[in-house]
Design a binder for this molecule. Structure first.
Ligand code: HEM
Ligand SMILES: *[C@@H]1O[C@H](CO)[C@@H](O)[C@H](O)[C@H]1NC(C)=O
Ligand SMILES: *[C@@H]1O[C@H](CO)[C@@H](O)[C@H](O)[C@H]1NC(C)=O
Ligand SMILES: *[C@@H]1O[C@H](CO)[C@@H](O)[C@H](O)[C@H]1NC(C)=O
Length: 375
């Protein structure tokens, strides 16, 4: 069973997988416990369902140690997650452009990093380049970007364990411009852009769980590292709650990025997030994630799997999800809550069908949220 699956994958990426097959000699193959499942034990003692996945464990160690500062959920993880999106969303049914998650944002960096929507992406591309080169016998450029995202997110308490599928071919051409949404795009534009890539409005909200571990360096360059919620190192629901606070709209200082000030000092709200939280097409799904962490994890995981294989046939890829580390759980003192010194009166509820959840504020005076430190 595994051998047949592996053989068909090998035909797609002959040279890359040939190296892996030749290195299989040292691996112990355990007898199946049931007729359907077999497990291979890798050299490090961990089991995987497909032996080609064993080669990923040393790469995880390298990334954790040298890219993610020993396993943090910090700036490099946040940027690596953003990169998974900006690479993969280069897919359009309308334009018959099927590149998707193919690494083109790196392979054709000279083109794609010039797109306005990719502002700031050059930093993580520069940081990842030596890692991409070091591991290119195992991972294509497109594989690497999605792998780094999945491994990085595993450092964030409260995150789901993301899937990782292996075997994307190298990109053949650059993505066209204007496929990556921008914060000042209208909700109509954003919904139609995502629909063109195959995502419905619930899936957009699901993908925006990512903004729970996020900050902006370039929306207002005078305040780099300004997070989108009070807990940018935890994948919790505070992002969805805090975007629902009333805020004052003001133009960003860098060419009107559509910045929205938050009620919480030190935080920032994107105009697009603010509008999606209040649009009748997305508000109820948005609100539903505030108090249902299990759902938050499930929908984010499913949407990320879909994003990560855009442009590919799932059956052509090898499922190596079992190498991805299991993320730490939410801390016991995590939300959902209102920020200190706020009440439900500060909330601009927008879901007509369901009352806003009865959240209470953390005790104490108003707090100021620190920027995410640069790595
Ligand atoms: C409506 C769609 C979206 C828009 C308009 C949008 C826009 C933005 C903007 C403007 C930033 C700040 C960049 C900076 O100034 O440094 C940002 C950050 C980020 N975005 Fe999005 N985004 C969208 C969807 C997504 C999706 C689908 C993902 C991932 C699945 C994602 C992941 C992130 C992450 C992790 C960051 C933080 C990067 C960091 O902290 O360095 N975004 N986004
Ligand atoms: C891998 O990277 C090296 C440079 O580090 C390069 O010479 C080689 O062509 C790359 N191989 C693939 C398959 O991209
Ligand atoms: C976002 O807005 C810009 C400027 O109006 C436009 O050129 C671009 O196509 C829009 N992007 C999307 C995804 O709609
Ligand atoms: C509570 O918030 C109000 C503004 O909404 C502010 O004027 C006041 O100083 C805050 N009080 C404390 C104790 O932080």
């Amino acid at each position: 069973m595994e051998l047949r699956a592996s053989s068909s994958s090998a035909m797609i990426l002959t040279t890359r997988f040939l190296a892996l097959f030749l290195s299989l000699g040292f691996q112990v193959v355990h007898a199946a416990t049931t007729a359907q499942t077999k497990a291979f034990t890798c050299a490090n003692g961990q089991t995987v369902s497909n032996s080609v996945c064993c080669a990923l464990f040393p790469i995880i160690d390298d990334l954790q140690e040298n890219l993610f500062d020993g396993g943090e959920c910090g700036e490099e993880v946040h940027e690596s997650l953003r990169l998974t999106f900006h690479d993969a969303i280069g897919f359009s049914n309308a334009l018959h452009f099927t590149g998707g998650a193919d690494g083109s944002i790196v392979t054709f960096a000279d083109v794609e990093l010039g797109f306005h929507a990719n502002i700031g992406i050059d930093e993580i591309v520069d940081t990842q380049l030596p890692f991409i080169a070091a591991h290119n016998a195992t991972l294509s450029t497109g594989d690497f970007i999605q792998f780094a995202g999945a491994v990085g997110v595993s450092n964030c308490p409260g995150a789901p364990r993301l899937n990782f599928l292996l075997g994307r071919p190298e990109a053949k051409e650059a993505s066209p411009d204007f496929l990556v949404p921008e914060p000042f795009n209208t909700t109509d534009m954003i919904l139609s852009r995502f629909a063109d890539a195959g995502f419905d409005s619930d899936e957009i909200v699901a993908l925006l769980v990512s903004h729970s571990i996020a900050a902006a360096d370039h929306v207002d360059p005078t305040i780099p590292g300004t997070p989108f919620d009070s807990t940018p190192e935890i994948m919790d629901s505070q992002f969805f709650i805090e975007v629902q606070l009333r805020g004052t709209l003001f133009p960003g200082t860098a060419g009107n990025q559509g910045e929205v000030e938050s009620d919480v000092e030190g935080e920032m709200r994107l105009q697009s997030d603010s509008e999606l939280a209040r649009d009748p097409r997305t508000a109820c799904e948005w609100q539903s994630l505030m108090t249902d962490h299990t759902k938050l994890q499930q929908v984010f995981k499913a949407a990320m799997l879909k994003l990560s294989i855009l442009g590919h046939n799932e059956n052509d890829l090898v499922d190596c999800s079992d190498v991805i580390p299991i993320p730490p759980p939410l801390p016991s003192n995590a939300g959902p809550h209102l920020p200190p010194n706020t009440t439900l009166k500060d909330i601009q509820a927008a879901c007509a069908a369901t009352p806003f959840p009865h959240l209470t504020a953390l005790p104490g005076p108003s707090t100021s949220i620190s920027p995410v430190p640069p790595s």
